[in-house]
Design a binder for this molecule. Structure first.
Ligand code: ADP
Ligand code: MG
Length: 142
């Protein structure tokens, strides 16, 4: 599935609709260059899950937990990860196996430990279509 957006608000809305449909135990991965809109998408997604707390990139903690939505929401940003071992240390396996929803920004950096069953989201720019244009591609992996 491919969605095209032309503003941050439209990307937020795309995330919101996916968050509304998310089910317990699902894993979502987000890939795309710096500044492409992964966090904007995530903020909409969290809102769709019913999270009212403000969501920002958890740059210094790898994972941020939100408990005030329909189900627990675990937001990972693994951009600054040095070694894959760090994921063990934070208990990545437990998060993945748990009843919450996991969303991982920069998931391509930890490809080897991602669960096979996941929803992949790729956000890309296309400058020929304008500065605020984004193409969002969603792929279900089983
Ligand atoms: P990332 O998390 O991928 O590094 P952010 O979500 O933090 O990126 O930032 C995306 C930036 O791009 C924001 O400043 C946002 O306002 C801007 N932007 C412009 N057009 C769009 C769009 N269509 N979708 C999402 N963000 C957009
Ligand atoms: Mg981000």
């Amino acid at each position: 599935m491919t969605i095209e957006t032309r503003s941050p608000e439209e990307t937020f809305e795309t995330g919101f609709r996916m968050g509304e449909r998310a089910r317990a135990g699902q894993v979502y991965t987000l890939a795309g260059d710096l500044g492409v809109g992964k966090t904007v998408f995530t903020q909409g997604f969290a809102k769709g899950l019913g999270v009212e707390e403000h969501v920002n990139s958890p740059t210094f903690t790898i994972v941020q937990e939100y408990e005030d939505g329909r189900m627990p929401f675990y937001h990972f940003d693994v951009y600054r990860i040095g070694d894959i071992e760090e994921m063990d240390e934070i208990g990545f396996e437990e998060y993945i196996a748990g009843e919450g929803v996991c969303l991982i920004e920069w998931a391509n950096l930890i490809e080897e430990i991602l669960p096979e069953e996941r929803t992949e989201i790729l956000i890309e720019k296309d400058l020929e279509q304008g500065f605020d244009f984004r193409r969002i591609t969603v792929t279900e992996r089983k």
